[in-house]
Design a protein around this ligand. Structure first.
Ligand code: HEM
Length: 553
């Protein structure tokens, strides 16, 4: 493989040799079996008008591989793009050496570089959906460290809709297209949200311009969930991670996004690719917030609740390193589509907190990847660590190699063994051993406090952001069932009186307008529009009315 500047090999570049090591530098087209292809334009047929014959091996091989080109798209975060880069550590947390809090090797020395791969994405929409759609943006980073991989699988926004992993499939179903019509529906989204008050903080961000970042370069990132750091003595602290873009932050209003979408629905992918090609490498500083491990009853929220921010005045941000993206993928499918990130992928010195969302996520990622990519997804160059892997795992579909260590006994694929098999590693430091004493229950956390930070966020929005937020909520809710509208008005009012009032007024006005339009349509056409979103309905009508007739041929 050709080594890349930042240390991680160029994953999908050809190594100039065929599978059995023979040189293959010719420009002659071959089949996958290595047979030269002398005619790639014509099927083999009985006479030049057909029929085709069944022994057409060259055709059958080409077509049947094509038929299998796609793998299942990610169930969420299907639309995305990625780039390679590196992380450079500062070695400090504020004025203290970082080793006071974590023994993770990648952070210890100032200037130490670790290769990274980042995948940015939208969440709910399909693989080729417009990048102007309202959605959180995924910000997943893979660090190829000397101790194996660390994945920090985050979003641009620092909080989430829900705090219990068991609700995730329902949340996502409500945002995906209706199972009958296959159309995304504001009514379905808000039917879920209005019965999920913990989502109000996220909604107050998401329906404002913060729900449509200008592009991937000018957005923040966050680990969202609470993790732990562990030092040499095995002592743990709670941490949250935040990526701050050195390019600044920019967001779009709904109207701006619609204008851009009419011209280019891949604008964010193009923006990142072109910036890297011209050497304008985007950079993000990684910041952490640290809290002593524990329940912190003095706070109005639970530190493990991912619907909450940790206030910056109480928990300052400490910069601990900087990431630069400086290399585009050579092959999108091999490096971006098949990349697989997961919250379980931690290195020594980093640990899980008791955050139950995080624990649910940790099951889900590798589970879906074994289905989406395959049992041996970790053998693919983009997912494999740079560190030599030595496991007793064997076989499975598409096994590319076995993890056999030269000099060890290849007959031993089990542990323990006295016959020169793999041995357990020495402890890197003292184990972190939190202790528990509680009943096994199915219960919400105590300090739900669903509205305080959401209200603060509403008040912190600038006027243009508030206007856009209200207008977007009104557009989504005006066609919805009145029960849903009323519940949403009630939840917004609990966040902030003005917030609720403006939503109520907006919905009332929009409903009156729809009624008027309906009446007009009744007068003009004798039929009313269904009570659904006027703009969408208008688009359906326009497609028929504005189009130009063509003659059949
Ligand atoms: C219980 C809650 C969650 C579950 C069960 C869940 C599950 C999943 C699944 C199944 C995927 C597809 C992975 C793949 O096909 O490779 C995914 C992708 C992703 N999730 Fe989550 N997720 C949850 C919450 C979150 C949260 C809170 C965040 C933000 C911190 C997040 C960020 C991401 C990102 C960035 C990706 C895309 C990774 C990539 O680019 O390949 N997820 N999630």
């Amino acid at each position: 493989m050709i080594p890349a500047e930042n240390g991680k090999p160029n994953q999908s570049q050809s190594n100039g040799s065929s599978g059995n090591g023979q040189s293959q530098n010719s420009d002659i087209l071959t089949t996958r079996q290595g047979h030269p292809v002398s005619d790639n334009q014509n099927l083999r047929t009985v006479g030049n008008r057909g029929p085709a014959t069944l022994e057409n091996y060259q055709f059958l091989e080409k077509m049947s591989h094509f038929d299998r080109e796609r793998i299942p798209e990610r169930v969420v975060h299907a639309r995305g793009t990625g780039a390679h880069g590196f992380f450079e550590a500062y070695g400090m947390v504020g004025n203290e050496p970082i080793s006071k809090y974590t023994r993770a090797k990648l952070f210890q020395e100032k200037g130490k570089r670790t290769p990274t791969f980042v995948r940015f994405s939208t969440v709910g929409h399909g693989i080729h959906s417009p990048e102007t759609l309202r959605d959180p943006r995924g910000f997943a980073v893979k660090f190829y460290t000397e101790d194996g991989n660390w994945d920090l699988v985050g979003n641009n926004l620092k909080i989430f809709f829900i705090r219990d992993a068991i609700k995730f499939p329902d949340l996502i179903h409500s945002q995906k297209p209706d199972p009958v019509t296959n159309i995304q529906s504001g009514e379905r989204i808000f039917d879920f949200i209005c019965n999920t008050p913990e989502a109000m903080h996220m909604v107050t961000f998401l329906f404002s311009p913060w729900g449509i970042p200008a592009n991937y370069r000018q957005m923040q990132g966050s680990g969202v969930n609470t993790y732990k750091w562990v030092n040499k003595e095995g002592a743990g602290v709670l941490v949250k991670y935040h990526w701050e873009p050195l390019q600044g932050i920019k967001n779009l209003t709904q109207a701006q996004a619609q204008e851009i979408q009419g011209k280019n629905f891949n604008h964010a992918t193009q923006d990142l690719y072109e910036a890297i090609e011209r050497g304008d490498y985007p950079q993000w500083e990684l910041n952490v917030q640290i809290m002593e491990d524990g329940e912190h009853p003095e706070l109005g929220f639970d530190p493990l609740d991912d619907t909450k921010l940790w206030p910056q005045d109480q928990f300052p941000w400490y910069p601990i390193g900087k990431m630069t993206l400086n290399r585009n993928p050579v092959n999108f499918f091999a490096e971006v589509e098949q990349s697989a990130f997961g919250t379980g992928v931690l290195v020594d010195g980093l640990d899980f907190s008791d955050d139950k969302m995080l624990q649910g996520r940790t099951f889900s990622y590798s589970d879906t990847q074994r289905y989406r990519v395959g049992a041996n997804y970790l053998q693919l160059p983009i997912n494999a660590p740079i560190k030599k892997v030595a496991t007793n795992q064997r076989d499975g579909q598409m096994a590319y190699h076995q993890d056999i260590v030269p000099g060890l006994n290849p007959h031993v694929n089990y542990e323990p063994s006295s016959l020169e098999g793999l041995k357990e590693a020495p402890e890197a430091g003292k184990d972190h051993t939190p202790s528990y004493s509680a009943n096994l229950v199915r219960q919400k956390i105590d300090r739900t406090n669903d509205f305080k930070q959401a209200g603060e966020r509403y008040r912190l929005h600038e006027d243009w952001e508030k206007d856009d937020l209200i207008s977007n909520l009104v557009n989504a809710l005006a066609p919805a069932n009145k029960i849903i509208q009323d519940k949403m008005i009630e939840l917004c009012t609990k966040c902030d009186f003005e917030y609720g009032q403006r939503l109520a007024d907006g919905i009332k006005k929009a409903t009156e307008m729809v009624m008027k339009e309906k009446e007009m349509m009744m007068k003009e056409n004798g039929k009313a529009l269904s009570g659904s979103d006027a703009q969408k309905e208008e688009a359906v009508q326009q497609a028929e009315e504005m189009s130009t007739e063509a003659k059949p041929y």
